[in-house]
Ligand binder design. Structure first.
Ligand code: F3S
Length: 754
């Protein structure tokens, strides 16, 4: 489990020289984000000043982290690359496939039975290729990474969009698709458009009920789910120094909810404390030697408007606790104002569940702050009105929290302690209190609250808050409860008030654990067997995609997606997680959550060959069987949400040649490119309205596909009339090479062989 100190020393050795050189080249002081980016160029020494938001740059990340749901496809792809070992330190974390139902022990046992095939596959591939393996129950990927692998000034990629959590320990950590991770595992560069920079200046300090979570809930309200797209959000200022390291992690974690490439904080005392508390004093000692390189230059923070593309200022002294939701994480409402809004909107006031945990808020500090509220309920004889569920972030936290009596406090409130895993945050929740799709409200300390995310019920109104606010709201059982001003009636009929939460940043007796759940790979994995049964319904070895080529004529419109179309809509999670390693089976969920603009129903599209309506995957399979490509049309920020490359592989597998939308979420657009298909945007957004249900599409100049040259598409309508639409793209030459080869992986393999 040991972090790679030699690798870190190497990074710190080269960083000062590279940063100084970069400062010279760009002729200005540098932000922390720029320092980390310029220190991780694939070509080593910086020689060019990159244009933010424009230039594609090759980077050399220090680490890779994969979670079990995405690792299956990533490792299946890596196996195709023909390499004996991963080129960069990599870990796999089993956290997504464990359903929350009865509590940690029975739930973990059931997961180990139902998903043993997948866990065994991941364990054996990890062992074979030199990958560190974290067993089911070891914890949630981002919490485990923060506790074990993140380090100030490092660059990491991970096959999960909340990889960004490691920004809390001063990294540039970015969520990518499995295909990107495979490139880096195979020893290749990782390409990213040089991000824009958003500076968030924090002043003051948190007090009372306001938590780190409220910083990002506020930022999400300001920037919205699209506001961070293509940018790194860098937090600085005196307020930043007043936050704990895990609190910083929470803020960075939910940067994914504003579409940010990542978020980060400069190295400070809170990070040093966290490194030492997690047995990594060696890293802290090394980091202290180059401290000024692990934060932005002072001039940058003195005059942020000059150096960032956008600056936001938040005063922690006046920041109020928020609850964001329902159905989107950027709908920010200060606690105290939510009751009125909920009544106006018809959101259920009664709260059925309070869930604490997820990679966002499951640190020791989070648990102690929430426990300080739970303890008051017990002490003041208040019966909790809603059910409580807790997912500790890691076995280390769980063990320590149990030792310190924190879990007991929740248990005294009849909380269910679920496995150290994602659970309800990813729809892995067998919720027994609902019979059907009743309208109801839950509050949680997670990051996402899209429709159906937690329990598959489209009528569950999920609100996101800090763990302590979730605890208070769940105790009251009401969405309109404001613990700062309202009182509750206890068992004796007395009016009582909850005091503000008290947290403990780090365990005073230190962290402790008996079995953290880590398995070190063997030094030589050449004799390790990895077997995949050809009859497995959960795992399937991949076959390379055929190139689509320079001529696409007579393609059929598959669906014109209306409104929000996240990766959850394109490739639903929940029960489908089961098939993450089996491309053909999981393709049966392709776009089944997307609303078709014709008819406004989900999973109901016209098969132009038969005139009948059917599910999206079925219609796509029919076109594919007849040798006809199909096209998906979409709205704004298509593919927002996660790094799930299945959302790109499934359409590719089912014969979709192009996805044409008003705008893309970055990771999804890259994933489409990696899979050798076309991700295009309307040059004129209103052309979306020209697309009709029976359209046949001809690409007029695909044979001249080139960087910065828009493509022209002819949409032939049922009545024979035509509209010619110009589509923009962001492919550079190497991405066009992926398209020409059929996929990025095909290109890696060919280059490997030659
Ligand atoms: Fe898991 Fe939810 Fe985080 S799915 S990795 S706890 S966002």
């Amino acid at each position: 489990m040991a972090f790679d100190i030699d690798m870190i020393k190497k990074v710190y050795k080269t960083m000062p020289e590279r940063v100084d050189k970069a400062r010279q080249i760009v002729s200005k002081p540098l932000t922390l984000s720029e320092k980390i980016l310029y220190a991780h160029l694939w070509d080593g020494q910086p020689t060019t000043a990159f244009r933010r938001g424009k230039d594609y740059v090759d980077f050399a990340p220090d680490r890779i982290a994969c979670q079990d749901a995405t690792a299956q496809m990533a490792l299946l792809q890596f196996m195709q690359a023909g390499k004996p070992k991963v080129a960069v330190p990599t870990t796999v974390h089993c956290d997504h496939l464990i359903q929350a139902k009865q509590g940690a022990v029975p739930d973990l046992k059931r997961a180990n039975e139902t998903s043993s095939e997948v866990f065994d596959f991941l364990a054996s591939v990890s062992n074979k290729y030199g990958i560190g393996f974290w067993k089911p129950g070891a914890g949630i990927i981002h919490q485990v990474v923060l506790e074990n692998y993140a380090f100030p000034g490092g660059m990491m990629i991970g096959t999960d969009s909340h990889t960004v959590n490691a920004g809390g320990l001063g990294m540039v950590a970015i969520g990518v698709g499995g295909a990107d991770a495979v490139d880096v595992m195979a020893g290749m560069a990782w390409e990213l458009k040089f991000p824009k920079l958003i500076g968030v200046k924090l002043t003051g300090s948190l007090s009372g009920w306001t938590a780190s979570k409220d910083v990002i809930l506020k930022v999400a309200g300001i920037l919205t789910v699209k506001g961070g797209t293509g940018a790194i959000v860098e937090y600085f200022g005196p307020g930043a120094k007043n936050l704990s390291c895990t609190g910083k992690g929470t803020i960075c974690n939910m940067g994914a909810e504003i579409g940010a490439t990542t978020s980060t904080f400069g190295y400070d005392d809170s990070m040093e404390r966290f490194l030492r508390a997690t047995d990594r004093s060696e890293i802290a000692d090394e980091a202290n030697k180059i401290r000024e390189y692990l934060t932005g230059d002072p001039e940058v923070y003195e005059n942020p408007e000059q150096y960032f593309d956008e600056v936001i200022e938040i005063d922690l002294d006046t920041l109020r606790p928020h609850l964001n939701g329902p159905f989107t994480p950027d709908l920010a409402t200060p606690v105290g104002e939510l009751g009125k809004l909920a009544r106006e909107k018809g959101w259920p006031i009664k709260v059925d569940w309070g869930l604490i945990g997820s990679c966002t808020n499951s640190s020791y500090e989070d648990l102690t702050r929430a426990a300080s509220i739970a303890k008051q309920a017990v002490d003041k004889k208040i019966v909790a009105k809603a059910d409580f569920g807790i997912n500790p972030g890691s076995e280390t936290i769980r063990f320590t929290a149990e030792r310190d009596g924190i879990l007991k406090i929740f248990e005294d409130l009849n909380a269910t302690i679920f496995t150290n895993a994602c659970g309800p945050c990813i729809g892995q929740w067998d919720r027994s209190d609902l019979k059907g799709e009743e309208k109801n409200t839950i509050v949680h300390s997670f990051n996402r609250n899209f429709s159906k995310r937690a329990d598959g019920n489209p009528n569950t109104h999920a609100f996101v808050g800090s763990p302590e606010m979730v605890a208070a709201i769940a105790i009251s059982g009401r969405l309109d409860f404001d613990p700062m001003n309202d009182t509750l009636i206890n068992e004796d009929g007395l009016e009582v008030k909850l005091d503000a939460p008290q947290g403990i940043e780090l365990p005073p007796r230190g962290f402790d654990v008996e079995d953290a759940g880590y398995v070190e790979p063997v030094a030589d994995g050449s004799n390790v067997d990895v077997s995949v049964s050809p009859t497995s319904e959960r795992l399937q070895l991949l076959t390379p995609f055929e190139p689509i080529g320079g001529s696409v004529k007579g393609a059929k419109l598959l669906i014109k997606a209306f409104g929000k179309c996240t990766t959850d809509h394109i490739s639903m999670a929940g029960p489908w997680l089961r098939y993450r390693g089996h491309l053909d089976n999981i393709s049966n969920n392709m776009l089944i959550g997307a609303v078709n603009a014709f008819g406004m129903k989900t999973n109901f599209v016209k098969n132009q060959l038969t005139g009948e309506y059917g599910g999206v995957p079925d219609v796509a399979r029919d076109y594919k069987a007849k040798g006809i490509y199909s096209i998906v049309v979409g709205d704004h920020n298509y593919g927002e949400g996660s790094s799930r490359e299945h959302a790109a592989m499934e359409p590719r597998h089912l014969g979709v040649a192009a996805v044409l939308v008003k705008s893309f979420a970055r990771i999804h657009e890259t994933n489409l490119k990696k899979q050798g298909m076309l991700g295009l945007t309307f040059a004129n957004e209103s052309d979306y309205d020209l697309i009709q249900e029976d359209d046949t599409i001809n690409f007029l100049d695909l044979d001249q596909f080139a960087p910065e040259k828009p493509l022209t598409l002819e949409f032939v309508h049922a009545d024979g009339t035509k509209d010619v639409i110009v589509a923009n793209h962001t492919y550079n030459q190497s991405q066009i090479d992926w398209y020409n080869e059929g996929s990025a992986l095909n290109l890696i393999k060919r280059e490997n062989a030659s």
